[in-house]
Unconditional design. Structure first.
Lengths: 313, 313
């Protein structure tokens, strides 16, 4: 058992300029674990209601997602999110949120889960993130995601949570808001001073960047001509990243770099269709193909410029 | 004689949160040619007034910029720009513009200039860009820069100018405005259908991307902890890019990729100090060092994921 995710399992209803879907399987833990399942076995810690049926269960089963710690409250309803995107797909407009059983979520970890090598603390209330983190003191790498809501409402608790993880994964607006520092490089330095060894910043259509004390790594995004539904892109990115890391013996800088590419590859597929539809039917070959494309469109030869040599020709 | 630039030579007065400078040497042709001079000999076509003195002339001379086609109108005043930046350095606020001698600018090319191998049509009125382009029918590569002003006021003429160049260099907002297409990949496809073989899109702190019919290339920006004065960054980028190309025998895809890195390197230095101050005293070693850094912070190993192999370990 290698990778554990704590987060939300939800039903999403999404409208975009290109169509709409009712009650799709969504939530951070769903997007994360389906994405990660292409690289490793995933164990999900979440809560659902009695409306989480055979169809949804089958999706997790098909991707070998371990549901031992998926708590079911038969009398309750699963978390629902209703959202809309305009032509600018970078901005999600929340129409409605029904927390339902998610409102009382208290993550409960079985012994199997407590032995996880890698942990992803998805975007939930930071007190809960800290609680889970403390139940797995021996994990080799613990990553944390968050959102502006928790920066606004529970900043102190969030900062304490960040202090005790190895890797923070946020978008650039969140990194700036968290540190109150408009320059991303300075914001990164500040976050690393709090405790995490690594910061990964998601930049949407502009790619992603990774900061450690000694190194910097940055990649552009996969070029997409049509983005259909960006819901879950960040969790799908994290799933590819953490799933790939879980498959590696050594979690060094080189592995982290490749993991960022795999994360970006998975996110690029995610946004091409509604919900998890595209990612669900991915093949390993398609993933590797897009990984190779990343190499092709970022590669250049390192030939220092020497004026004298050129002039002599 | 290899590289020609047509554009503005100006005196800039700039205020930023970090300080201010009066009457610095500026303008697209100045930033471009000083940057390009580190890679090749540059010939500048521009107009100045009697206030363009020995000090400014010395800057160009020190960088071996050929001033044969730098027209001097002794009774006139050089183009002046007065600008201010707030903490968000991405947005330039124009306080005042005195076109002065630039208002009647009619580029005049000597025979030497007409033999240029590479041409950069800096950001000036598109009719003038077309006029210059037609005077150099045999150039191997002609690049064009523009700005939102010309898209707003002279769209038809601008599009005709774009149709007869090889390379368009714009920022992403301009690419979208020009094509009325919010998706950059679609915008790029449209621009390439108009005539240019290559489109390079500048994305400020997010880097740059290059589009051709068959290929895509994208790079992040050099990570800067403090940006001091972004004035001229785009022209400095173009100068490094075109200057490097001029030094190469073959203008193929691989050379264009390296040229984008050199352009980004030059732009990263430009914004570290006011005006052309930092670029003026650059060394070839500093340029190559930063080029190598680009390789280090963008490089990753291409190892396809194979679950079976990993699981067997």
């Amino acid at each position: 058992m290698s990778l554990l995710v704590v987060g939300s399992v939800a039903f999403d209803s999404v409208e975009t300029p290109f169509g709409k879907r009712e009650k799709m399987l969504g939530g951070s833990a769903s997007h994360f674990s389906i994405s990660a399942s292409f690289f490793t076995n995933v164990r999900v810690v979440a809560v659902v209601g009695g409306d989480f049926g055979a169809e949804e269960r089958a999706v997790f089963e098909n991707h070998r997602v371990d549901m031992t710690d998926l708590e079911v409250i038969p009398d309750g309803q699963t978390f629902r999110w209703f959202g809309r995107y305009e032509y600018d797909l970078n901005v999600a407009h929340t129409l409605d949120t029904h927390l339902n059983v998610f409102a009382g979520f208290q993550p409960k970890l079985s012994d199997g889960s407590k032995g996880a090598r890698l942990v992803f603390l998805g975007n939930i209330q930071p007190d809960l993130q800290r609680d889970v983190r403390q139940q797995i003191p021996n994990a080799e790498l613990v990553a944390l995601d968050t959102m502006n809501l928790w920066i606004d409402t529970t900043r102190k608790s969030l900062q304490k949570a960040i202090e005790i993880v190895d890797l923070l994964i946020v978008n650039d607006a969140e990194a700036r808001q968290l540190t109150e520092e408009p320059n991303l490089i300075k914001a990164a330095r500040k976050i690393l001073s709090w405790g995490p060894k690594t910061l990964i910043v998601k930049r949407g259509e502009y790619g992603a960047a990774m900061f450690t004390k000694d190194a910097y790594f940055a990649i552009p995004a996969y070029p997409l001509e049509s983005v259909f539904d960006p819901t879950g892109a960040g969790d799908t990115f994290a799933g590819g990243l953490m799933g790939y890391l879980a498959s590696q013996e050594t979690l060094d800088e080189a592995a982290l770099r490749r993991a960022m590419i795999f994360g970006s590859v998975m996110a690029s597929f995610n946004v091409e269709e509604f919900g998890t539809e595209r990612v669900q039917r991915l093949t390993q070959e398609e993933i590797n193909q897009r990984f190779s494309e990343f190499k092709r469109f970022t590669n250049f030869e390192e030939i220092p410029f020497e004026r004298a040599v050129k002039a002599a020709r």
